[in-house]
Design a protein around this ligand. Structure first.
Ligand code: ACO
Length: 333
């Protein structure tokens, strides 16, 4: 055996997404809490979001998105070697949602696990699985971002309930031939000093839900929006710049930027700082709100299927979330 490290080229062979049918508009929300379409749209760019049906879990949405990605990649479930589900709204604390997905897909030969990196999870999964495939440990991987945030939102808190939605997005990564696409560069980062800015404080071992605190909405999302906003812009800009540089690209080479879909003002600020024109930045948060780990995965699927970029184009994905966490990827499609 040679001492040289293996470094296979890795491409995105297929994408898929799934959004539940039920639409919750800003007007609908204005009937539940003191808010308005004008406030929500002008502050965030969100018009409506999707809400999973009762009995529809994160794993169900993940599996639906995954089937579409597998179909596009021409990969049978039985041939999937690795499944990573990025989620902060798992079906159960244990086992991992990826185990349910493995069972639902019939991907019985895949090793399956979850990662929890909030909105950054899908690109964390991309970097991890890219490295594992490049090193020769696996030939393919199914990565999924899936969230049922409606189950973890305090529907009485207008500062958070207007922001989030449910959905799932998936991608198949595999070892590529030289003339195929390639994940050119990836980056991820964490700042654990800022865990308090965005979290779900209860429901874990630090604060189990008990009969005395059950009414306190502890197992719902809590966020210091203004602080998160500031960090989001800076970290996403830095991460995107890093992968653009490592991939040897200039802003004018980028056919499409696919950012985390949390807030249109954050997206506009990133586009501005990266010197990429707004028309080359993909936005769908008006329809779905912030679907955390699913958001960039859904956007990637919609952007590619809508022709926002074509084979050979260079694209940049960039995300930010609780942790705080951030990540980016530069891809030749
Ligand atoms: N409707 C009407 N008024 C509201 C609402 C609402 N839904 N929510 C808050 N307000 C009020 C506030 O009470 C406040 O009133 P006051 O001035 O009388 O106190 C006023 O509007 C301004 O509130 P701010 O919180 O200062 O509003 P801001 O302009 O910061 O916008 C927002 C809030 C949209 C949350 C913004 O801060 C944001 O997008 N932050 C980033 C979120 C993000 O990117 N998260 C990413 C990660 S998500 C994840 O990882 C799961």
């Amino acid at each position: 055996m040679s001492g040289l490290a293996t470094n296979y080229q890795v491409c995105i062979a297929g994408t898929g997404s799934y959004l539940p049918d039920t639409v919750l508009t800003n007007e609908d929300l204005a009937k539940r809490v003191e808010t308005s379409d004008e406030w929500i749209f002008s502050r965030t760019g969100i018009r409506e979001r999707r809400i999973a049906a009762e009995g529809e879990f994160t794993s169900h949405m993940a599996s639906k998105a995954a089937r579409r990605a597998l179909e596009q990649a021409g990969l049978a479930a039985d041939d999937v070697q690795l499944i990573i589900v990025a989620t902060i709204t798992p079906d159960t604390l244990t086992p991992a949602t990826a185990c349910y997905v493995q069972q639902q897909l019939g991907a019985s030969r895949a090793v399956a696990f979850d990662i929890s990196a909030a909105c950054s999870g899908f690109l964390y999964a991309m970097k991890i699985s890219k490295r594992l495939i490049a090193a020769g440990a696996y030939e393919n991987a199914l990565i999924i971002g899936a969230e049922k945030l409606s189950a973890f939102v305090n529907w009485e808190d207008r500062t958070t309930c207007v922001l989030f939605g449910d959905g799932a997005g998936a991608a198949v990564l595999r070892r590529a031939e030289p003339d195929e696409g390639e994940i050119l560069a990836t980056e991820m980062g964490t700042d654990g000093n800022l865990t308090h800015l965005l979290n779900i404080p209860g429901g874990g071992s630090a604060c189990p839900i008990t009969s005395t605190n059950v009414g306190n909405h502890l197992a719902t999302l809590a966020m210091q929006g203004k602080e998160v906003f500031k960090h989001a812009v800076n970290r996403m800009k830095e991460a995107a710049e890093m992968v653009i540089e490592r991939a040897g690209l200039q802003p004018e080479d980028i056919a499409c930027v696919i950012p985390h879909q949390a807030n249109l003002r954050i997206i506009d600020a990133i586009a501005d700082r990266l010197a990429v024109p707004n028309e080359r930045v993909f936005v769908n948060l008006d329809k779905y709100g912030n679907t955390s780990a699913a958001a960039v995965a859904i956007a990637l699927d919609e952007a590619s299927r809508s022709g926002a970029f074509v084979r050979g184009d260079k694209i940049v994905l960039v995300v930010f979330g609780a942790g705080l966490t951030w990540a980016a990827a530069a891809v030749r499609w």
